[in-house]
Design a protein around this ligand. Structure first.
Ligand code: RIB
Length: 334
């Protein structure tokens, strides 16, 4: 069983630094934090909870509530949450709300009864009175990804609108002359902000029409149906921005079934950066979110809250990164 000394040695820091890192009582710079986290993970070090004299911790469990267990985005998020939680000696309860507000409310009630130490909300049905209730009952929580922006709590998410603008600009740079959008649920801030990013980028073009958008519900089958409707309405579409990768995969499948060549006839771009986009052929260009980093940061912030940190609530928005691949690499029009 690795000791705190083993971790200090591997990370190349003093035991005092490790202790400051674990008890969050003193400054540790970001580079050192990453080295210490890596050393703890490598050695599978389990801090002795009693030795850390943890305040606020009741059961050593945290919960992650997410809306769709079938979407690989949330699997990668859960991976990061579990890795960091284990590093600090917490176990994770995974709760799939199936995009249903009443299921989420049931989870919250059960989690309270089980004295879970804190909750990560990657779902989005929480309303301001739910947030107030959690704050009044002093239940530490962090909202990530689809968090409604207007709530008074700590939020970890991505720059969705800018990412959508990057996607559309890339399609334009690749020579597309009429670009459609398959959008995610508009009751999610992620679906809404990407829709806004698309609309702001194209509404001034003479070819733009509100009929160039179609819902895909963040699902593969939704992407398939959306692209069929779009191509029927506008056979001259030569670029599609899908608001997430699962819809992009569905769109690719349907386009190929329709005999439409990607990217030569229609270029296709997704959003998220999940592995599915490199399993299909052609590989799909996407706007990658820092999914693992979002999971790591939100878990660290939650554990700090559980263990007594009363820092001001903040919104942390990660940059996104366009990853060009074959699905948009068009032969430039002569
Ligand atoms: O693919 C699932 C989508 O839901 C992702 O884009 C993520 O941001 C979440 O909102």
């Amino acid at each position: 069983m690795a000791t705190i000394r083993d971790v200090a040695k591997l990370a190349g820091v003093s035991v005092a630094t490790i202790s400051r890192f674990l008890n969050k009582n003193g400054y540790v710079n970001e580079e050192t934090k990453l080295r210490v986290e890596q050393a703890i993970k490598t050695l599978q070090y389990e801090p002795n909870a009693m030795a850390r004299g943890l305040a606020g911790r009741k059961t050593g469990t945290i919960a992650l509530i997410f809306p769709d267990i079938t979407n690989p985005f949330f699997a990668e998020l859960a991976r990061a949450v579990e890795d960091v939680a284990r590093m600090y000696g917490y176990t994770v309860i995974l709760c799939n709300s199936d995009n249903q507000a009443d299921k989420e409310q049931t989870y919250i009630r059960v989690l309270k009864q089980r004295y879970v130490d804190g909750i990560l909300f990657a779902s989005y049905s929480l309303r301001s009175d739910d947030v107030d209730a959690l704050n009044n009952e002093k239940i530490p929580f962090i909202m990530l990804d689809r968090a409604p922006r207007e709530t008074s709590c700590t939020v970890v998410s991505s720059k969705h609108l800018e990412g959508a603008q990057q996607a559309v600009q890339h399609l334009l740079d690749e020579g597309c002359t009429k670009i459609a959008h398959i959008y995610g649920p508009q009751d999610t801030v992620t679906g809404r902000e990407r829709f806004m990013g698309y609309e702001q980028s194209v509404k001034h073009f003479p070819w733009y029409s509100p009929s160039l958008v179609e819902p895909g519900y963040f699902r593969v089958d939704g992407g398939m149906e959306a692209v069929e409707n779009l191509m029927k309405r506008h056979p001259d579409i030569d670029g599609i921005f899908a608001g997430n990768d699962t819809m992009a995969v569905g769109a690719l499948k349907k386009l190929q079934r329709m005999g439409v060549r990607v990217p030569d006839q229609v270029a296709l771009c997704g959003f998220d950066g999940i592995d599915l986009t490199v399993i299909v052929e052609p590989e799909i260009t996407t706007v990658a979110q820092s999914i693992y980093d979002m999971g790591m940061l939100s878990t660290r912030l939650l554990i700090k809250k559980i263990e007594g940190d009363n820092s001001e609530d903040q919104t942390h928005l990660f940059d996104v990164k366009l990853i060009p691949r074959e699905s948009t690499r068009r032969k430039r029009k002569e």
